[in-house]
Design a protein around this ligand. Structure first.
Ligand code: BTN
Length: 330
């Protein structure tokens, strides 16, 4: 959004009455016709701005687009989201964030989009990303930790997502499916894709990308049984902007704590309380094999603890888990 559009929004938001074009142009130091052009652009974006001759302009409705100005109305963080890059449409906010990160963008830069044309999930899957309804958000991090330690970041992400969802809709029964999916009443509502550029002993940057189904109506047959949204679960629409702000606040808090503590010990109880797989017989498909066992929670380094049939414990660091005998996605 241009500086004058942002400035106009600020002026209109701070006034309960109409504000004259003359006043706005004097405040911002731009011409009356520039004010008018910016008002037209804001209307095209979806803001409802009434104009009455001799009185001026009045903002009657804001939009629920996860643009920087809107998120900053709610956001209370120190460093995360100080800069938010928004696109109406992008292939993938993770790809955009990885590109910006490789060109030196700062830690804490956030990328959002109304729509993704090539949204990506874990294990090469697609993340369906239609416009107007869901949240797609990626964060650049530059932690001074080893690549092995950075592999704990997805756990931080899933806990911050679940805390943000709980702030939004406290009564919904959200659960975590290892490693970083959030389910609600048996269907997936959120996922995280973390990507990293690293040398053998040093992380250059990490991108944490989160997708949350917010106001998605019941989908067609292909994903009806596996995907859900806040709208489907409650019958009400929710603000993507507020949810983005909540997510960033929760992530900053948890990430700062993780850096100062040096491990995941401080969220293990919370993670295990939310875990869908707790004490269940499961199968985990890793890159090389299928491992079966009883899920015993996660270790302080983020690995899944599996009790094998012979009673020994195995730590699994990456993979896809399913309840024993269930189809993928359960
Ligand atoms: C998964 O569950 O497999 C992970 C899904 C991650 C989707 C998000 S949406 C924002 C960011 N951009 C992407 O292309 N993917 C992540």
């Amino acid at each position: 959004m241009s500086d004058s559009s942002s400035g106009i929004l600020n002026i209109l938001r701070n006034s309960s009455d109409y504000v004259s074009g003359e006043h706005i142009s004097a405040e911002l130091g731009v011409s009356r016709s520039a004010v008018w052009k910016s008002i037209e652009k804001l209307r095209e974006k979806g803001y409802i701005i009434n104009a009455v001759s001799n009185r001026g302009y009045h903002l009657s409705e804001c939009i629920d687009l996860p643009v920087s100005d809107e998120i900053h109305r709610y956001l209370d963080t120190e460093w995360l989201g100080n800069k938010i890059v928004y696109r109406d449409s992008v292939d993938s906010t993770n790809s955009l964030a990885m590109l910006f990160a490789s060109r030196g963008a700062a830690q804490g830069t956030v990328f959002t989009a109304d729509q993704q044309t090539g949204g990506r999930g874990r294990m090469g899957r697609k993340w369906i990303s239609p416009p107007g309804i869901n949240l797609y958000l990626s964060i650049i991090l530059r932690p001074e930790v080893s690549p092995a330690e950075a592999s704990q970041i997805p756990i931080l992400s899933v806990i911050s997502s679940i805390r943000a969802l709980k702030r939004m809709v406290p009564d919904l029964p959200f659960v975590i499916k290892w490693p970083n999916d959030i389910y609600c009443r048996g269907r997936k509502i959120s996922g995280t894709l973390c990507e990293m550029k690293a040398e053998i002993d040093r992380v250059n940057h990490v991108v944490v990308g989160t997708g949350i189904n917010v106001n998605m109506p019941p989908p067609d047959d292909s994903i009806r049984d596996i995907a859900t949204s806040l709208l489907i679960e409650t019958g009400s629409e929710y603000s993507r902007v507020k949810l983005a702000a909540f997510l960033l606040e929760e992530f900053e808090r948890i990430y700062n704590k993780w850096l100062s503590e040096g491990n995941l010990e401080f969220i293990l109880i919370e993670w295990n309380d939310y875990s869908l797989l707790k004490n269940e017989e499961i199968e985990v498909r890793t890159a090389t094999r299928l491992v079966s066992g009883k899920a015993m929670g996660i270790a302080s380094n983020g690995a899944l603890k599996l009790e094998l049939p012979d009673g020994t414990e195995r730590l699994v660091y990456a993979g896809d888990a399913t309840l024993h005998g269930a189809s993928q996605g359960s």
